[in-house]
Ligand binder design. Structure first.
Ligand SMILES: Cc1cc2nc3c(=O)[nH]c(=O)nc-3n(C[C@H](O)[C@H](O)[C@H](O)COP(=O)(O)O)c2cc1C
Length: 358
């Protein structure tokens, strides 16, 4: 199956392994997907620049095929002591339960510095750059393109897609409400942009001229075929790769995915201060009344990082963040190449030979 995306990037399959920050997108996973003819994506948002360099070098050792590097577009946070105090008061019970020292309530840094991360990525010029949470702007987009980098932006509504297109990006990931992980929304309220993939993709396809990559709830060849039928030029699958052999997903997260049902995920702001979809947990339920009050990303994210890491160490899945999409029950434990090839061959069979609709 050839589309504008496969042709632009030299892929054999219109399938992107979506970026997933949190250690899932190991060099092994990214390279396995790219070597299979899809596009692997390294989620670098929570990674320090020196480690980004090392990871990109490791990917390049394992594949000569194109791959993507992904960042969160973040301004330096303005941190108010009163909001930190408010969040810490809510989190104290969990720190106590996990035996965490109180000094974990003031992290050394709130987030990696986006500008420094971006400079490192620009310098390394990976074949593809993608981003979410915002628009990088026309100047940064042009700088990447001048270095031969294919630039992808993420939209959760038509206004974001148009804005990103106007800044010169090469393609748009349209992220539907089914998607696992953080919502990319940056124009309007995240609550208003929980648009299902089936409704979102054709509206974005109709509104812009550049190719669209559909994301959210696409788990196998049926979903890939549906995305292409709606006018997308490729499908991005995240949750479908969480149980892949090469994924660095925590064993408790993998185990939870094997047991979750179709009603088992929800969108919450309580974990990080930004809306994100994950497997329901005790933390999410208990914090639900405060989900709209906690400080915005990255502040709450930083305050819960130690807590979530300690919960993982102690085997307490109910206090971890296990991001996953609504298709989670369909995630299967297979080698990544098999996930790519079986999804692509089933999609081709469903659609028959041909090209995307736009
Ligand atoms: C565990 C996890 C982490 C994620 N982290 C990122 C990220 O770092 N950057 C990003 O652009 N999207 C991130 N996402 C969103 C995915 O890129 C993609 O939009 C989503 O997985 C698609 O929906 P699906 O999970 O139903 O396949 C994440 C998703 C998950 C499940």
């Amino acid at each position: 199956m050839q589309t504008r995306i496969t042709k632009a990037l030299g892929l054999s399959h219109p399938i992107v392994q979506a970026p997933m920050a949190g250690g899932m997108t190991t060099p092994e996973l990214v390279a396995a997907v790219s070597n299979a003819g899809g596009l692997g994506s390294f989620a670098a948002a929570t990674t320090a620049p020196a480690t980004i360099r090392a990871q990109i070098a490791a990917i390049r050792e394992k594949t000569a095929k194109p791959f993507a590097v992904n960042l969160f577009v973040l301004a330096p946070p303005e941190v108010k002591p009163s909001e930190v105090e408010f969040a810490n008061a809510l989190l104290a019970r969990y720190r106590l339960e996990l035996g965490i020292e109180t000094n974990a309530a003031s992290p050394a840094k709130w987030a990696e510095d986006f500008e420094t991360q971006f400079e490192a990525v620009l310098d390394l010029a990976p074949p593809v750059f993608s981003s979410t949470f915002g628009a990088i702007g026309a100047r940064k987009t042009a700088a990447l393109k001048a270095r031969g980098v294919f630039v992808i932006g993420t939209a959760t509504n038509v206004a974001e897609a148009k804005l990103l297109e106007s800044q010169g990006v090469d393609a748009i990931v349209a992220q539907g409400a089914e998607a696992g992980g953080h919502r990319g929304t940056f124009v309007g309220r995240a609550e208003d942009s929980l648009i299902g993939t089936m409704a979102l993709i054709p509206q974005v396809v109709d509104a812009i001229a550049i190719p669209v990559i559909a994301a959210g709830g696409i788990m196998d060849g049926r979903g890939v075929a549906a995305a292409i039928a709606l006018g997308a030029s490729a499908a991005a699958m995240g949750t479908a790769f969480l149980r892949a052999d090469e994924a660095g997903t925590h064993p408790l997260h993998k185990a939870a995915l094997s047991q979750v049902g179709e009603t088992g995920t929800t969108v919450t702001r309580a974990v990080s201060g930004r809306h994100a979809r994950g497997i329901r947990s005790r933390y999410m339920e208990e914090m639900a009344p405060h989900a709209d009050q906690v400080p915005a990303y990255p502040v709450t994210n930083a305050l819960t990082t130690v807590l979530r890491a300690e919960a993982a160490k102690q085997g307490k899945a109910d206090l971890m963040a296990m991001w996953a999409g609504q298709g989670a029950p369909m995630a299967a434990a297979h080698p990544a190449a098999e996930i790519v090839e079986s999804a692509s061959s089933l999609a081709a069979k469903i659609l028959g030979a041909g090209e995307e609709r736009k």
